[in-house]
Every structure is written in structure tokens, then in C-alpha cells.
Design a protein around this ligand. Structure first.
Ligand SMILES: N[C@@H](CCC(=O)N[C@@H](CS)C(=O)NCC(=O)O)C(=O)O
Length: 213
């Protein structure tokens, strides 16, 4: 039987990492297709017909031919279809979704874009870096207060909220954002990293295409 999932992305992409992380934590094998972004592969009509935004990641579910875009929406889809990490109740599910929206509004831009500037992928001078540092700080304060006295972001178990937000904070070091002032966040990250199947970005996605083992 062919592998169910096909993930298109690049190893350096945080949003691609999040999707690979959920699949890996679920023990779900996937074929990985490296995209040549420098060569503009993601802007070719064939790819655009599956990923309208011309971005990575793209997840293909071969069981039903669906093409899924936007990492947060993909996490929700996988939680639904695999019956994992979606939250134990409707309220938990709604809260997890709230955190996904919050992440892409408040946390991810500051961390991912600072990382991009530091790595030379994005342009940005000291004022921009200062703005993102302040945004990251304010988002991290919210998260730290929320996590104080809790093991996971929502309810009693790991949900897509944890996977999504870990998938951003895994790059805090690259962005040179110090997490030491946020002890509840660092304790939660250590708990997350101890999960079976958890891999750091550099250990999860290869620099080339790879068929599922
Ligand atoms: N909101 C999107 C963001 C995806 C994204 O920013 N992808 C980047 C790589 S990390 C990309 O494809 N950049 C190329 C482009 O936008 O042309 C998601 O979460 O999937």
C-alpha cells in the first residue's frame, strides 16, 4: 500500500517542520518532497494548482486526493483525520484553535522573521529587529503566564496548540531570542522534547526528497 501522506516543503521552513512534527509524533510515515524554492518550483502552474498560495508546506492525503495548505489548517486536518492531538472535548478543540490563530498573529511573525533576518533570508535593520523583539517578548509573557501551573497549553494532554507553538519556539535560538526569562515556557518545551517521536528541526526534515522508511 502506498504511503498515505506526501509532504512538500523545505528543511528550513518552520511551517513545514510543524506538519512533519505532527506526523512524526503520530508515528505516521510520509514521503517527503523537497521543493526548490530558489529555482521557483513553488510558483510553477502544476504546483500552484495544488497550493494556491505558492508556498510550502503542501500536504497531499493520498487516501482521498486532498491537497492541504497553510500549516495551522493542516494540523487541524491531521488532528481530525488521525484522531490525535485535537483535544479531548469541543471546548478543548476550540481553545486549541484559538492558540493557533494567536500564534500566527502574535508569536510566529516575530520569531520566524527575526530568524530570517539573522540568517540573511529577509531584509531588516535594527528598528525592525527591535520591533520584533518587543512583539516576541509580549507574546512570550502571555504564554508564560498561561503555562504556569500547567503541563500543556490546552487540557491535560498534547494538542495541536503545543505542536504549533513548539514549531515556532524551536527556532527561538536561531532568532537569538532568550527564553530564560520565561520559566514556564522553558519547562513546557523540555516536556515537549521528551515526547516519543519529538525531533528538533535539523533532525526531522532532510535537504532532499526522501521516501517514507
Ligand atoms: N502561513 C503559511 C506560511 C508559509 C510560508 O511562509 N512558507 C514560506 C517558507 S517558510 C514560503 O513558502 N515562502 C516562499 C514564498 O512565500 O514565496 C503556513 O503556515 O503554511
Amino acid at each position: 500500500m502506498p504511503t498515505r501522506f506526501e509532504l512538500h516543503g523545505i528543511a528550513l521552513s518552520g511551517p513545514t517542520y510543524k506538519v512533519g512534527l505532527l506526523l512524526t509524533l503520530s508515528g505516521e510515515p510520509f514521503d517527503y518532497m523537497h521543493m526548490n524554492l530558489r529555482g521557483g518550483e513553488h510558483k510553477q502552474p502544476g504546483y500552484l494548482s495544488k497550493q494556491r498560495y505558492g508556498q510550502v508546506p503542501l500536504l497531499v492525503d493520498r487516501n482521498n486526493g486532498r491537497h492541504l495548505c497553510q500549516s495551522a489548517a493542516i494540523l487541524e486536518y491531521l488532528a481530525d483525520t488521525l484522531g490525535k492531538f485535537g483535544g479531548a472535548t469541543l471546548d478543548e478543540r476550540l481553545q486549541a484553535r484559538e492558540w493557533l490563530y494567536w500564534d500566527f498573529d502574535r508569536l510566529a511573525p516575530a520569531i520566524y522573521r527575526t530568524r530570517g533576518i539573522k540568517a540573511g533570508f529577509r531584509k531588516g535593520g535594527p528598528e525592525v529587529l527591535e520591533m520584533y523583539a518587543a512583539e516576541a517578548q509580549s507574546a512570550l509573557q502571555v504564554l508564560d503566564q498561561h503555562l504556569a501551573g500547567r503541563n500543556w497549553i490546552v487540557g491535560e494532554g498534547v494538542t495541536i496548540a503545543d505542536i504549533d507553538i513548539y514549531g515556532v519556539l524551536a527556532y527561538a535560538g536561531d532568532a537569538e531570542i532568550d527564553l530564560a526569562p520565561y520559566p514556564a515556557v522553558t519547562a513546557w518545551m523540555a516536556r515537549f522534547e521528551a515526547l516519543d517521536g519529538c525531533r528538533k528541526p535539523k533532525d526531522l526534515l532532510p535537504m532532499e526528497s526522501r521516501a517514507a522508511a
